[in-house]
Design a binder for this molecule. Structure first.
Ligand code: HEM
Length: 408
């Protein structure tokens, strides 16, 4: 049926992406579309361009490892779900590249994010999370989860890994926050990214002059790859921008939204508190359930047929991980939050060659933040009515809420 809709071209297409009505549920319009038209549907992007939207797990699994589906943001016809995204597409590398170019860049980064490296860092992440919760306890109630716990934890962690001075966190957090503000235009987003670029350029230049390199990833990229000529200065700066942004904004959003979701699901919260050993499973389920990295963007480099849908070369293809992760054919009672579920086959971190490089780190940060928060503050509760918690716009790229006031 979706292919028919496309061919006719007469039906007004639904908008994509759509706004969440509840912070932890995918937009209801996605389910309606899936039920009416199947796992691959037609929709329209903010700039009027038609797009395919993938809403089903099996198709997503097939497409995300199909080399005919490209992530090459340098293509002039590469689609974007928002003006903000368009600006990001110009300012970063890695996530917007195809193999073999992509693989060469990714290889330079992976050891800094390996399971072993994350295990080495987990103690300091846990300690830092504990200090932040203690400060909340000393200074509150009330407190605010994003600024009091989630953001300082994720920013501090990514700064340590990259070798970015944590004193500068206010500046880069502010620039990243501008990118997700509700009415951001392409010009605003470009301005914020230029500021990030200026900041990273200064940092990289300072590192180049250091005779004793620090132990951050950016230090390695400067003193190994830039020095030997396998990366340009521009490459290092663009990698710095994507790692710094992806490293703090996503995890901070997951911690904040997970806290809200658990407070809204008291039975699951009680189970979480009762079983500290199950925290790893709980985090996995929260990742599936909340799917904050909603919307993977691709373009068809060649014609591709999936099921009865014919995607043509040059077509935009967007994948809604939030809806895909609620696929009833893969997850029993998919709309229920079930912290003991143990399902790892979700796409909250993507799938295929671009699967999130920071996933081990994100899991470690979430686990420490959530276990410490809920064990040390037994009476934690929302300090505002749930309906007043403001949801980030659909186009922000990272789903979530702006702040979460709490008391106890
Ligand atoms: C890629 C989600 C945390 C860095 C991705 C992708 C998703 C995602 C869905 C795939 C995008 C695509 O296929 O187009 C998340 C979520 C996080 C998180 C939900 C937190 C809970 C992090 C952290 C870092 C990070 C802590 C640290 C640096 C990256 C990078 C990529 C990526 C660099 C691109 C990888 C590539 O293209 O090879 N992430 N992420 N992410 N993520 Fe994360």
């Amino acid at each position: 049926p979706s292919a028919v809709g496309l061919a006719a071209g007469t039906e007004p297409l639904p908008d994509f992406p759509q706004l969440r009505q509840c912070p932890y549920q995918p937009p209801p319009g996605y389910r309606d579309l899936r039920e009416a038209e199947g796992p691959v549907v037609r929709a329209r992007l903010y700039d009027g361009r038609p797009t395919w939207v993938v809403l089903g797990h099996a198709v997503a699994r097939e497409l995300l490892i199909d080399p005919r589906l490209s992530s090459d943001w340098s293509r002039p016809d590469f689609p974007s779900p928002s003006p903000r995204r368009k600006a990001i597409q110009k300012a970063t590398i890695l996530v917007g590249m195809d193999p073999p170019e992509h693989s060469a860049y990714r290889r330079k980064l992976i050891s800094a994010f390996s399971v072993r490296r994350t295990r080495e860092l987990s103690e300091s992440i846990h300690r830092r999370a504990g200090e932040l919760v203690d400060t909340m306890l000393e200074q509150g109630p009330p407190a605010e989860i994003l600024s009091g716990l989630a953001l300082p934890l994720s920013s501090h962690t990514i700064c340590g890994i990259l070798g970015v001075p944590y004193e500068d966190h206010g500046y880069f957090e502010e620039q990243s926050a501008l990118l997700v503000s509700p009415q951001v235009t392409e010009d605003d987003a470009t301005g914020a990214l230029m500021n990030l670029r200026t900041y990273l350029t200064g940092l990289v230049e300072r590192k180049e002059k250091e005779s004793e390199p620090g132990d951050g990833l950016l230090d390695t990229l400067v003193h190994r790859d830039l020095a030997e000529g396998s990366l340009s200065r521009d490459d290092v700066i663009r990698l710095g921008i994507i790692l710094l942004m992806a490293g703090h904004e996503t995890t901070a959003s997951m911690i904040t939204l997970s806290t809200f979701t658990l407070l809204q699901n008291p039975r699951q919260l009680a189970a979480f508190r009762a079983d500290p050993a199950g925290a790893g499973l709980a985090v996995e389920e929260l990742l599936r359930y909340l799917s904050i990295g909603d919307v993977a963007m691709r373009i068809a480099a060649e014609d591709i047929t999936v099921g009865d849908v014919a995607i043509r070369a040059g077509d935009s293809v967007m994948l809604s991980t939030a809806e895909i992760n609620r696929d009833a054919e893969v997850f029993d009672d998919a709309d229920d939050l079930d912290l003991a579920r143990g399902a790892r086959n979700h796409f909250a971190f993507g799938y295929g060659v671009h699967q999130c490089i920071g996933q081990n780190l994100a899991r470690a940060e979430m686990e420490s933040a959530l276990t410490l928060l809920f064990s040390r503050i037994p009476g934690l509760r929302l300090a505002v009515p749930a309906e007043q918690v403001e949801i980030k716009p659909a186009q922000s790229g990272v789903q979530g809420i702006y702040e979460l006031p709490v008391a106890w």
